[in-house]
Write a new protein. Structure first.
Length: 114
């Protein structure tokens, strides 16, 4: 498939899903969860659907594992950030959080791609 056409399809499908997830975010209570439904899930689903359609399920499975590894790393990095910023201040706490994210992301990647 033409790379420019593929990029255009990804943009259209991703944009449409962003709108759908934003509408879901408007309906859920409390409103602080609205951002969760904004961009990341819709763009990930759009990307995954297009990869599955164009390149097949083995490539989509590979991408899904990467998304899971990234999600796990982000959740654990956020938990470390809460603790480290309170303990060390903003600059050092952020450095600790980035290091934790990197370690968890590398370990998750190795675990998922064996």
């Amino acid at each position: 498939m033409n790379p420019v056409l593929l990029l255009a399809v990804r943009a259209l499908v991703g944009g449409a899903l962003v709108v759908v997830f934003a509408l879901v975010g408007e309906v859920v209570k409390p409103k602080r969860f609205a951002g969760v439904f904004g961009a990341a899930p819709s763009v990930a689903l759009a990307n995954l659907a297009i990869i599955a359609a164009v390149e097949g399920t083995p490539k989509a499975l590979h991408e899904t594992r990467g998304m899971i590894a990234g999600g796990v790393a982000m959740v654990l990095a956020c938990a470390v950030a809460i603790w480290s910023v309170r303990r060390f201040g903003a600059l050092r706490g952020t450095a600790v959080m980035c290091g934790a994210w990197l370690v968890v992301a590398v370990v998750a990647k190795v675990a998922f791609y064996r």
